[in-house]
Design a protein around this ligand. Structure first.
Ligand code: SF4
Ligand code: SF4
Ligand code: FES
Length: 388
């Protein structure tokens, strides 16, 4: 079967502009886009640059954009890519990943962006005191909690797809923040609060994510980086009460409080409350809040001019049906006891009497889901996992 590919070529050292090269390859539809590129290199033009190693979706080195979406070339079948091709004739468009400089053709500079950001979050354990004589013993659920972030193969697909990073290249980013949660969630680490404070205070840290879900969509290993970022936020604000100077805490609190109170979001209150730790009253009397509000005015005026902000809609919010149900959800969740966050990324065989088993009358959440449950102390477990 013949497949048409359109590949982005660029060699910064040549001094020439980037261009598209049309290539045609005879291969079965079950073969991968990487197979097609390697065949073209072997048969026709060995100068085409692409990075790869395992060819089995394990090493993370073959990240590219195929038909505009960041993914692994070795894990994308030609038949599938051809059917979803943006062009009507089924041509598969292959480009280097985004948000990173191109070194040559489909090879991007991972050191300049991805690995630099991973280094930024101190990606190693910082335990305290003398190491134990034998192995560390940590609760099994703690390790399950961080296993999702440990599944990362550092392919950079999420970095390539991140919309916040496109606007703010200094954003620490999805892969590095998922890595940060791997250590924040590890009970052996002694710097949990320091790590959280550092990432909350960084203007390009945990509050720089705009919840666009792009990183979740593209991740080939279901790491769900955005979910790890939300966990970091919950740990920072809920568990450690960290009030950062970027107003991340205030913005989140304002958002939650408004929805809790009205059952919907009143945008006109969001900005003032965000600058005053979530309080509408404080926003009108605190000098620093008033100053920040004044600084935000040009943005509001631009929004009004462009028509993105409508004063009528912002002030007089249309009543939604079932607004009370939203308040009920808050009440339901907040009336429970201690919050325990279970990451259900790993789902194994159900043990007898399993809390999620059929007898419990609840359906087990799907792989990759996370659940926040409130339980009493009796729900804790003494079971431990030995981890080196
Ligand atoms: S959800 Fe956040 S981290 Fe993920 S791609 Fe969007 S902005 Fe980036
Ligand atoms: S989180 Fe997923 S997409 Fe991002 S680098 Fe890790 S494996 Fe790749
Ligand atoms: S070549 Fe290793 S992940 Fe694709």
């Amino acid at each position: 079967m013949s497949f048409d590919l359109k590949v982005r070529r660029y060699d910064p050292e040549s001094g020439e502009s980037a261009y598209w090269q049309d290539i045609q390859v005879e291969l079965g539809p079950e073969r991968s886009v990487l197979d097609a590129i390697l065949k073209f290199k072997a048969d026709t033009d060995n100068s085409l640059g692409i990075r790869c190693s395992c060819q089995a979706a394990i090493c993370g080195s073959c990240g590219v954009r195929i038909n505009g979406q960041s993914r692994l070339a070795c894990n994308t079948q030609l038949g599938v890519a051809s059917e979803e091709g943006r062009s009507k004739d089924g041509t598969i468009v292959v480009e280097p990943m985004g948000n990173m400089p191109v070194l040559k053709d489909l090879i991007v500079d991972m050191d300049a962006v991805h690995w630099k950001k991973i280094q930024r979050v101190v990606p190693w354990l910082l335990p305290e005191g003398e190491p134990p004589e034998r192995e560390y013993v940590v609760p099994a659920e703690s390790m399950i909690d961080i296993t999702q972030s440990m599944a990362c193969i550092q392919c950079g697909a999420c970095v390539s797809a991140c919309l916040s990073m496109e606007v703010d290249p200094e954003f620490v980013g999805p892969a590095a923040l998922a890595k940060a949660y791997r250590f924040v969630g590890d009970p052996r680490d002694s710097q949990t609060e320091e790590r959280l404070r550092d990432l909350a205070e960084d203007p390009h840290g945990i509050y720089d994510c705009t919840h666009c879900f792009a990183c979740i969509e593209v991740c080939p290993k279901d790491v769900a980086p955005m979910s790890q970022i939300m966990r970091l936020r919950r740990r920072a604000s809920g568990d450690y009460g960290i009030k950062d100077s970027n107003n991340g805490y205030g913005h989140e609190k304002a958002f939650v409080d408004i929805v809790r109170k009205y059952g919907t979001l009143h945008e006109s209150q969001l900005l003032p409350r965000s600058y005053a730790d979530g309080s509408l009253v404080k926003s009108q009397v605190r000098p620093d809040s008033l100053k920040q509000l004044a600084e935000g005015l040009p943005t509001v005026i631009n929004g009004l001019r462009s028509g993105k902000v409508s004063p009528v809609k912002a002030i007089w919010h249309k009543k939604l049906p079932d607004q009370d149900q939203v308040r009920r959800i808050y009440h339901e969740v907040e009336s429970r006891g201690e919050r325990i966050e279970l990451n259900l990324y790993i789902v194994g065989d159900e043990a007898e009497g399993d809390e999620w088993g059929p007898d419990a009358g609840a359906e087990a959440p799907a792989m990759g889901d996370a659940a926040e449950v409130a339980t009493g102390p009796e729900a804790g477990t003494e079971q431990g996992a030995a981890v080196q």
